[in-house]
Design a protein around this ligand. Structure first.
Ligand code: HEM
Length: 169
């Protein structure tokens, strides 16, 4: 049973889509800055800009996406622990949140402080992590629309039947 009115559910889903796909957009911008840095763009422009983006947009969005995603699971009939696609998304988003806050954001800020003397190895710090995270975000978007793998815990025997692709709950 949904604990939300239809209007409330639509509003929450809209917020979930705007935040999570906005997160993907911000990630792709970080990657674009990383590519520009690797191709020789002025490091004193590129890396401080990436530091600002990571600090003021990407990291806060990571927290917001986690919170809104969790709320979307708990307040709709999907639940958090019932459907594999929801649980896998929660696990990936939780791991990404930890990595963004503890590793990516401090690393990108450090790149912004290093000035012009950046080695290629340093520059790859703004290529490899955003490539991996953007890929994961695209995978999660696909999981969300196709909703594969069925249920972990059927709510009732009738719910054991396979769910048609795209069927809304
Ligand atoms: C904490 C992590 C997350 C959880 C627990 C979660 C859970 C959910 C749930 C329960 C829904 C269905 C909402 C409804 O029917 O009203 C949903 C929809 C959706 N989610 Fe997530 N989500 C998470 C993160 C993400 C991320 C990171 C992305 C993409 C980058 C994403 C993309 C989507 C999309 C595109 C839909 C719409 C699917 C549809 O309506 O058919 N989610 N999510």
């Amino acid at each position: 049973m949904s604990r939300l009115s239809p209007a409330g559910r639509k509003a929450l889903l809209t917020l979930h889509l705007v935040t999570s796909l906005g997160w993907l957009g911000a990630d792709l911008v970080l990657l674009a800055l990383g590519v520009a840095g690797l191709r020789g763009a002025d490091p004193e422009v590129v890396y401080p800009a990436a530091g600002l983006l990571a600090t003021w947009l990407f990291a806060p969005l990571s927290v917001l996406v986690w919170l809104v995603g969790l709320t979307s699971a708990l307040l709709t009939p999907w639940g958090l622990l019932r459907w594999r696609w929801v649980l896998v998304k929660f696990a990936i988003t939780t791991a990404m949140l930890g990595l963004v806050l503890l590793l990516l954001t401090p690393t990108v800020r450090r790149l912004g402080e290093l000035g012009p003397d950046l080695a290629t190895r340093d520059r790859l710090d703004l290529i490899i992590p955003p490539t991996v995270s953007s890929t994961l975000l695209i995978v999660m978007t696909v999981l969300s629309t196709y909703k594969p793998w069925g249920q972990l815990r059927p709510a009732n025997p009738a719910a054991r039947r396979p769910v048609a692709a795209g069927r809304r709950r």
